[in-house]
Design a protein around this ligand. Structure first.
Ligand code: ZN
Length: 148
């Protein structure tokens, strides 16, 4: 964890081809982030993580979620009840697999993060569950943040 410099700016990211994404990402990251795949439940490295910090986009380093909004959903994936700010993510309707779901994308690089589910009865301020693949995220622990 030595790369703290934000990599590419949003304009360049929008122009990246699939081949360029493949070079930037591991095959597993590419399958989830760029092909809207889903990692197997209870396998992601952040599923039960309670470390205080900021979760960044694995593809572009944009700040997406904070540990303060992470909660234990027991669903097998890291779950957040709110994004860090409303404009860090994009929500789009996803009717694949015969289900009506809402897909969550990184607003900066348009990579797939996961899905958001509403009204499930979780005891959180929003009753939303942003169900996010660990592999789409990169945790920056608060005590490792570079000083300004
Ligand atoms: Zn991104």
């Amino acid at each position: 964890m030595t790369d703290s410099t934000p990599s590419t700016d949003a304009e360049n990211l929008a122009d990246l081809t699939d081949e360029q994404w493949k070079q930037r990402l591991t095959p597993a990251e590419y399958r989830v982030l760029r092909q809207a795949g889903t990692e197997a439940p209870f396998t992601g490295e952040y599923t039960d993580t309670t470390t205080v910090g900021v979760y960044r986009c694995r593809a572009c380093d944009a700040e997406l979620f904070r540990s303060e909004q992470k909660f234990e959903s027991h669903c097998g994936w890291p779950s957040f009840f709110s994004p860090l700010a409303g404009d860090t993510i994009i929500e789009v309707e996803d009717n694949s697999l015969g289900m009506r779901r809402v897909e969550v994308l990184c607003a900066n690089c348009k990579s797939h993060l996961g899905h958001v589910f509403a009204g499930e009865g979780y005891d959180t301020p929003t009753d939303l569950r942003y169900c996010i693949n660990s592999i789409s995220l990169k945790l920056e622990p608060a005590d490792q943040r570079p000083l300004p």
